[in-house]
Ligand binder design. Sequence first.
Ligand code: ATP
Ligand code: MG
Length: 689
Amino acid sequence: MNKEFEHIRNQTIGTVESVSPREIKVLLEANAPQNTAINTGIPQLFPRVNGFVLIPNESGALIGMISWVGIEYFQYPKTKKFKDYDLIDLPFPLRKLSISPLGILKEENRQFEIERGVYSYPSVGDPVVIPNQEQLRAIVQNKDINAKVKIGVSPMAANAPVYINPDRFFGRHTAVLGNTGSGKSCTVAGLLRWSLEEAKNELEKGMKLNSRFIILDPNDEYSDIFNGLSNVRCFQVKLNEASEPHDHTFQLKVPSWMWNSYEWSSIAQASSKTHRPLLRRVLREIRFGGRLDENDTLIKPRRFIVSILVTLRNYERQGINAIAGFPGKQNLGETLESAKSSLSSFLEIIDGEPKEKINTIINAIEAVLRRRPRKGDYFPAFDLNDLQEIITAIEASQGVFGELKSYQGPDEDSPVFFANEDFISHLERLAQENNAQQFMDFFMMRVKSILTDLRIASVIETKTKDEIPLNRWLDEYIGNNEDDGSISIIDLSLLPSEILFVIVSVLTRIIFEAHQRYRRKNGKVLPTTLVVEEAHNFIKRYDSDTDEITANKLCCQSFEKIAKEGRKFGLGLLISSQRPSELSQTVLSQCNTFILHRIVNDRDQEMVKKLVPDNLGSILNELPILPTKKAIILGWAAPIPLIVEMNTLEKKDCPRSKDPEFWDVWTGKEERNINWKDISDEWQKENNI
Ligand SMILES: Nc1ncnc2c1ncn2[C@@H]1O[C@H](COP(=O)(O)OP(=O)(O)OP(=O)(O)O)[C@@H](O)[C@H]1O
Ligand SMILES: [Mg+2]
């Protein structure tokens, strides 16, 4: 036995009776404490379920958590201290414990340190001891030198303080799970607050905090609880100017030019076969234009000429069959007719040489169409020379319109500015030119109705390139050098439901990509935490069998990507949810730390039990009866699973989700004035801001 542990022999309370990797049974001595142990320096409740015992061994002492306490009857007393078994053999009560092995407590330089996992088990007959105060602290306190943030105390370990290491906690994704009202939001708010307060304490004078938190807040609970702690910016859908509640709130902007082709497809319910290729092409071409100077009047004709060229080259590549002119097929004749009319429309807005060049192209098209005149519904077969003639005319305009290459520059998914109206007109033109109008009607209607809805437009529309350039967006939403710590709260509560998932999906994707690019540029990662409240809404399991692109699926996939790869780029998730069983498996299984509040529903309990190692089964039986504020913490940031009583947050620092006070309102102790007129006025005005 390790020498350092010899002095604790007087804390012995029993002996090991049976050993298995999941459970060790202990026979308590007759004189072991019945209720409160005082032989360790501090009074502690013993024996109690979830309390701790130690079994000294050659490498230190095995830490066990009590999972069962009971009495078994024997025919005669087993303990040596009772010598009366000469008399009558009466059944004799023996107290027993079951313990789950959790780890090893080592002593080095008079300091205790905890090591996870058990590699050497005790043997039958080994003594079992109660830890003293110092050892208890070592068990729950997390001796990791970076475990600096105190989150609460451990009631089963004589209220020893519990600390976490923020690197472990925020760096590898954490899930806070529990029923409604069990204290999740307070825990999340507390974790941020306690961590930042501690970081401020350690900050050298004159230095600024360099922390970043982005909170997705679906119920507007967090907007004013972090004031003074960091630079807080709250982004929300503004109803009107008068309803501006705080000075740190801003209009939420997730411009439509940030969306990639999948996000566009999901919102427009584009089918993958007919609409997506066209949509991608529109995005690619419109973004190409967006990079150029806005005052350049040639942008639109150039964009269109490039796009005709692409279409014609496609025909050329497909060969003679594609231009043979069967009725009902995509038809070169119709493409040429519509290209001609679109080109003619540009003649009004440009002059000089560009105008001449466009006229040359129109003439070339007309010459071909004269040779192959329309016969009723269809055109006669074209040949490759016809096609070549027009392509040559277009290529001859290169000197004036610049290089006519479409695929260089940004791809269809880059966040490059374009105006929504240009997007619609380009889409219409391309649909016409590709004879795809009949497939596109519904799709166009969806796109138009979304882009023209005023409430939606307030979030997704940017009229000019300078309204909110990408770099400024990143400065505001992720954080910048001037911030003294940054907390961005994205209040999703008034976001129109049609675009909610797309917006969250775009936000998370852009945030992730920004971190990826940051590392590539700087060689270091930028540590940021993305907090997701009510995560079951956005990280919901989806059906992976269909290839339909839906916004919910994209949204969940964005989070799955962060869960799988975010760590490498410094992006950590802190998710909070009432329904673990509805959450994406991928995301949950990537969470390395769990804070579990009360969970009553059996499906959710099952789910949680599946996520943690088997031998923790007993502590998880507490889940349905945990009081508010108490939680089980387990995983990477906690060396051993613990029941923690969280620090108390002041009322003003609690997220705004108080239990409704029915009785006090009913009985007039709390005033509730009703004025639906103000609300209805605001409500109705909202749609025509
Ligand atoms: N650490 C704490 N300090 C102070 N009060 C707390 C704490 N934890 C919980 N509470 C109390 O419990 C109430 C409910 O907590 P909270 O809003 O965090 O629950 P929740 O699990 O987020 O619920 P929901 O799922 O409905 O959002 C709070 O209003 C607060 O009064
Ligand atoms: Mg909550």
